[in-house]
Write a protein of this length. Structure first.
Lengths: 209, 259
C-alpha cells in the first residue's frame, strides 16, 4: 500500500565522473555508454511527479496564500472610495463685466479658494493655495502682493513668487467663457508657470470688452 | 486563635488563585514574579547596575507608563467624543467646559502625548550614548525605530481630532508631504509614471479624499484609537521580550557577563 503512494523515482542521468590522471599504462576498460533516453521510463508521471498527500498540501497552501492575497488586494481597494462627497471643482464666476480692470477679486476666495484677476487684456484665476505648504495666502492691496501668513511666502500680482520659503509660483486654474457669456473656472485643471503652462489655452481668458 | 485572613488563605478559592505561600524566602520571591502574568514580564533577577537610574534614565519605562496613561485616558475620552465633522469640535468643547473632570482627562491625554514624544527621543538618545544598539541588540534598535515612528504617527493623528482650524491646517500641511512620496505619491519620484494621481495615491488613502475633510477625521480617528495602538502594542511586546533575550538591560561594560 505504501509503495503505491510513493512515486517511482525517475531515472536520473549520472553526472560525468571526474577523469583521473592518465596512468602510466593504458589499461582502462571502456566505460559502457548508456543508451540515450528519448522517452520517459514506464510509469513516470513526468512533471506531475507528485503524490496525493503532497498534492493536497500544495493545494492547501495555494488556497491559503490565494486567500491572503485576494484579501489584501480587496482591503487595499476598500480604502479607495468610489464616491467622494467633495464640492464640485467647476463653478460659474459671473459675467466679465462684473470685474474692474486691475482688480484682484476676492469674491470667490472663501468659497472656492480662487482669486480672479482682471487685466486690460483679460482674466486669469489664481488658486489661493500657497505652493510652500498649502496655507491660504492673503491679497495685500496696499503692498500689491499676495502674502502667506504661515511662513511669509510672497507672490506678485501675477502669481510669481519673489520672497519667503516657497519654491514656485501660485498655480492658475482653467478660466473660460460658457455659451451664456459667463466666466467658468475649473479648479481641477491647473497651469504651472515653471512648467511653461501659463501660455496654454485655458490658462488666460482674453477679454477686452 | 486563627485569624480570618489565615482562614481565607486555606480556602480553595484562595489557593486556586495564589499557588504558593509568600514567606520571605529567595524561592518565594522568585515565585511571586514568575507566577504572575503581569509581573513575569519583569525578570526574576536583575543585574545590580540595572537599578542605577543614572545610567538608563528609566526613559523606556517612563515611555511605557505614558503609553498606559494615554490608553486609559484615551478610552475615557472616547465616551464623549464623536468622530464626525458635525460633532467633533463641539464634543471637544463639551469635554473642556461641561463634562465633570473632562478638562483633567483631556489635558492628561494631551500632556502625556507631548511627554511621550520627548521621552521616546530621550530614550533613543541614551541608547545611542551608551552604545546599547550594538550586538546583540541591533534588531531591538530597529524595532525601537519603528516604535518611534509609530509614536510620531499617533501624535500626528491625534492632532487632527479636535477638528479646529489649527488641527485641520496642521494636517493639511503635514499630509501635503505625502504627495512627494517616492513611487506611491502623485508628485513624488516615479509616482506619475506608476499611474499615481491626486485622487489615487498614498495621500488619498490617508485622507479618504483629495482634501482634509470628514472622511479624513474618521480615518485618523480609527487609526489613532485602534490601528496604531494595536500595531505599537505588538512591537512593544517584541521590544520588551528582546531586552531579556539580548542579555537584560544594558549596563556598563564590566568585562564579564552579567548573568
Amino acid at each position: 500500500m505504501a509503495d503505491e503512494l510513493t512515486p517511482p523515482s525517475p531515472a536520473v542521468p549520472q553526472p560525468p565522473q571526474p577523469v583521473a590522471a592518465p596512468p602510466a599504462q593504458i589499461t582502462a576498460t571502456p566505460i559502457p555508454k548508456k543508451p540515450k533516453q528519448d522517452r520517459a521510463p514506464e510509469n513516470d508521471p513526468g512533471v506531475w511527479r507528485m503524490g496525493r498527500k503532497s498534492f493536497l498540501s500544495f493545494a492547501g497552501w495555494l488556497s491559503f496564500l490565494g486567500f491572503l492575497g485576494i484579501s489584501t488586494v480587496g482591503s487595499l481597494r476598500y480604502m479607495f472610495p468610489r464616491v467622494l462627497f467633495e464640492p464640485p471643482t467647476k463653478f460659474k464666476a459671473g459675467l466679465p463685466g462684473d470685474y474692474m480692470v486691475g482688480e484682484v477679486s476676492e469674491k470667490y476666495k472663501d468659497s472656492q479658494r480662487i482669486w480672479i484677476v482682471r487685466e486690460k487684456e483679460g482674466f486669469y484665476a489664481l488658486i489661493a493655495i500657497c505652493t510652500h505648504l498649502g496655507c491660504t495666502p492673503n491679497w495685500l492691496e496696499d503692498a500689491n502682493k499676495f502674502k502667506c501668513p504661515c511662513h511669509g511666502s510672497g507672490y506678485y500680482k501675477s502669481g510669481v513668487n519673489f520672497e519667503g520659503p516657497t519654491p514656485r509660483p501660485l498655480e492658475r486654474a482653467e478660466i473660460t467663457l460658457n455659451d451664456d457669456g459667463e466666466i467658468v473656472i475649473d479648479k481641477s485643471i491647473k497651469f504651472r508657470y515653471e512648467l511653461g503652462q501659463w501660455g496654454l489655452p485655458g490658462s488666460y481668458l482674453k477679454y477686452t470688452g | 486563635m486563627i485569624s480570618p485572613m489565615e482562614k481565607f488563605r486555606k480556602t480553595e478559592v484562595y489557593k486556586s488563585i495564589f499557588r504558593h505561600k509568600y514567606d520571605d524566602t529567595p524561592r518565594n520571591r522568585a515565585l511571586q514574579i514568575v507566577d504572575n502574568v503581569f509581573l513575569h514580564l519583569h525578570p526574576v533577577r536583575i543585574a545590580r547596575h540595572a537599578t542605577n537610574i543614572g545610567y538608563t534614565w528609566g526613559m523606556g519605562g517612563i515611555t511605557f507608563l505614558l503609553f498606559l496613561v494615554l490608553t486609559l485616558t484615551g478610552v475615557i475620552l472616547m465616551f464623549y467624543y464623536r468622530p464626525t465633522a458635525q460633532y467633533a469640535y463641539e464634543d471637544m468643547k463639551y469635554l473642556m467646559n461641561d463634562v465633570p473632570f473632562g478638562p483633567l482627562i483631556r489635558n492628561m491625554h494631551r500632556w502625556a502625548a507631548h511627554a511621550m514624544v520627548i521621552t521616546v527621543m530621550l530614550h533613543m538618545f541614551r541608547v545611542f550614548l551608551t552604545g546599547s544598539y550594538k550586538p546583540p541588540r541591533q534588531f531591538n534598535w530597529v524595532i525601537g525605530v519603528v516604535l518611534l515612528l509609530l509614536t510620531f504617527l499617533l501624535s500626528f493623528s491625534g492632532y487632527l481630532l479636535p477638528w479646529d482650524q489649527l488641527s485641520i491646517w496642521a494636517v493639511t500641511v503635514g499630509t501635503n508631504m505625502a504627495r512627494a512620496t517616492p513611487l506611491l505619491g502623485s508628485e513624488g519620484p516615479f509616482g506619475a509614471q506608476l499611474g499615481m494621481r491626486p485622487d489615487a495615491d498614498v495621500r488619498f488613502v490617508l485622507l479618504g479624499g483629495t482634501q482634509v475633510g470628514p472622511p479624513t477625521l474618521l480615518r485618523f480617528y480609527v487609526g489613532h484609537c485602534i490601528f496604531l495602538p494595536l500595531i505599537a502594542s505588538i512591537f512593544m511586546v517584541v521590544h520588551f521580550w528582546r531586552i531579556r533575550k539580548d542579555g537584560g538591560i544594558s549596563g556598563p561594560d564590566t568585562g564579564k557577563k552579567n548573568f
